[in-house]
Design a protein around this ligand. Structure first.
Ligand code: BDP
Length: 330
């Protein structure tokens, strides 16, 4: 064992050598980031890319370790752990935040965005920044939004072509009151459930269907047990990247800027990967027997009035929705 004297003199020697000091005493931090998707999914690769930018820019002092495939838990559970700093970062959908943070209901609203370009313009601009800021009152730092395409219904029973086809269907939703109400308003029966339980529940008939974008429909292999994919495209609820405020506050001001910038820069990377994955996932599921059909959307849109009335109540949220609807594309 080293004597106290040796330790003190070694430390003093290191301190006296400026070239070494920075490296020897700078703490190395590995941020733990969670995601329920499997390795290779665009959200995972985007956070890894962000990690590589941070690693380069901090000379290796800060790294990100991405725990994929729900290794750290389902989305609802990891929210709490992220708020308390047990998990440093979380790539997660907006929906599991809906009950906690009123503002997050807005971009999850049914039939709000007219197109991907509309969604991106809103989320990349000051409305998106306002929503990211809303996380700070809940122990979180909102870093960036990622694309999530459009969510459509799929089930094991029949194609959904009209609103009447939804009647009585048991549909899994994310753990969000707004999604429960949305599905019930369409005449179906909503069952909130973690993502990881959906395959078995479809297989055993606990539920008839669920709703998601092409990449998740494909990566989970839900198409094997629910082959009717109906293009309702009812929500474009984006993904969000958040950091624990406790972890964020432990970083120096300079490192916080590096983290924020790298998160923003990872958005373009994610979108590039996402666009390719949407196409390849669609081709894969079609090739493996999924039956895809168009939907008479207007009746679905009309049935959503109560959702807007219930979740867009206060003046600030009403103004936000009006602003989003008024956004035009050049
Ligand atoms: C996927 C989202 C993921 C959600 C999942 C779900 O990327 O964050 O948890 O849907 O439906 O599209 O639970």
């Amino acid at each position: 064992m080293l004597s106290r004297r040796t330790l003190v003199s070694t430390a003093a020697a290191l301190l006296a050598t400026p070239a070494v000091t920075g490296r020897a005493f700078a703490q190395t931090v590995t941020l733990r980031s969670t995601d329920i998707h499997p390795d290779g999914y665009p959200t995972i690769e985007a956070v890894k890319f962000m990690g590589s930018l941070i690693e380069q820019r901090t000379g290796g002092r800060i790294k990100i370790n991405v725990f994929h495939s729900a290794q750290l838990g389902g989305e609802k559970d990891t929210i709490e752990q992220t708020r308390f700093g047990v998990i440093d970062m979380n790539r997660i959908n907006m929906a599991p935040f809906n009950n906690l943070i009123a503002e997050t209901n807005v971009p999850s609203l049914p039939f709000l965005f007219r197109s991907v370009a509309h969604m991106r313009k809103v989320m990349d601009g000051e409305i998106g920044d306002g929503i990211l800021n809303a996380f700070s009152a809940h122990g979180l730092v909102g870093l960036a939004f990622y694309d999530s395409g459009a969510r459509s219904f799929y089930n094991s029973k029949r194609p959904i072509a009209t609103l009447a086809d939804m009647k009585g269907m048991k549909i899994r939703v994310q753990q969000s009151d707004m999604f429960i109400d949305l599905v019930n308003a369409l005449g179906a029966n909503a069952t909130p459930m973690p993502f990881g339980e959906v395959y078995t529940s479809l297989q055993t008939g606990v539920i008839d269907g669920a709703e998601n974008n092409w990449p998740s429909f494909e990566s989970t292999r839900h198409f094997e047990v629910a082959k009717f994919y109906s293009l309702t495209e009812h929500s474009m609820s984006p993904e969000v990247l958040v950091m624990s405020k406790r972890s964020f506050d432990r970083l120096s001001a300079g490192d916080r800027d590096i983290v924020r910038a790298a998160a923003r820069e990872s958005v373009a990377k994610m979108r590039e990967l996402w666009e390719a994955r949407e196409k390849s996932s669609e081709a894969t599921v079609r090739g493996r027997g999924a039956q895809v059909n168009p939907v008479e959307k207007q009746a679905f849109i009309d049935a959503m009035r109560p959702i807007y009335e219930k979740y867009v109540k206060d003046a600030a949220l009403k103004a936000m929705v009006a602003k989003i609807q008024a956004v035009t594309l050049a």
